[in-house]
Ligand binder design. Sequence first.
Ligand SMILES: [Zn+2]
Length: 421
Amino acid sequence: MNDLNLKEKQSEFSFKISKKKDSCFPLMRSGTITTPHGDIQTPAFIPVATRATIKGVSPEIMRSIGAQALLANAYHLRLRPGENILDSAGGLGKFMNWNGPTFTDSGGFQVMSLGVGFKKVVAMSVQENSTSGNLLSKKKQQLAFIDQDGVTFKSHLDGSSLRFTPEISLEVQHAIGADIMFAFDELTTLFHTRDYQIESLKTRTHPWSVRSLQAHAELTRKRADKPYQALFAVLQGANFEDLRRQTSQYLSNVEVEGLDFDGFGIGGALEKERLGDIISWCTTELNSAGAEDKPRHLLGISAVSDLFLGVENGVDTFDCVSPAREARNGALYTPSGRINVKNAKYRADFTPVYDQCDCYTCANYTKSYLAHLIKSGEMFGATLATIHNERFILRLVDDIRESIQTGNYQEFKADFFARAE
Ligand SMILES: [Zn+2]
């Protein structure tokens, strides 16, 4: 086992760029990620199956509406059912009957969402609060405590204490068995000072990323009979151009026993208005460091316009909880924007959510019926609404990908935003 050639094992995962060099958007590209459980055509939208399920929708339906891969949450799966159950089942995909590639995040996001407790990454607004180094959300009790070695969580299920370090995160993620994993990092917020961001990178995110890669190399050796699991480093640095550039250079050059990071997540605190700039600082630097042919994942986008900004600046995959979460509240996507189907004007509207949509929901059900189900708290309403929203985003990203491949991206984008007005 110990003479396993890690570099050779790593080649079970690859990324091939098939189309790039748009005159207007030189960072934009389209390609294919190959994993042991199948390919992902990029750019791709990766629906979020936090607890190994898209609430109310089967993996078979997700596949039929065009999902190529799903992303689950290592922290939640560690709490319940426990990573060993997934390992015994043959990994996340087998466990949930998803016949395709999977992602897991590292648990790092919970450092922020349970620790300092602010909103989802790109939805942050700098106006909201002050500048202290270690702020707490007013609404939540602090459930995560950071030290230089890792993070201690208080379980939100039973209050028991739960430790995450880079080594533990990688052990959990290897046991869960997703094709793409993320290194354990500290997700800072926009409310942390520049000094805190620098300290976080230097004393936590960078060393933790190296330790994640070391643990990954060891576990890959130890579990040599398992399919290769790719590890992405996460680029932090908030809104600071120099920090984003430095971390991109640094993490694209890290190597342990011949293994380097298979790809990169762009994460952390970023101001929505500067999303395009922040992504381009990272991707430009990755290109110049010789990591152009490694996939980039934008962690947790919040709006449809983020997809366009991401693609234009060289992002290959995206995840977002919004389509499902908003669907359950009755907010449904259409080309002219989001409608709330619970609104009185839809009560007797016997047309589909969007007449050009090819989803099961729009083919068979009306806004009136959906409004009734969602207002009554019927499970079927959440299922139908989620199918529509997930299909809407998946199809949009499919169309974006096709337009890049055929060289019509700019026309497609102009059309899309013209319809949105
Ligand atoms: Zn639909």
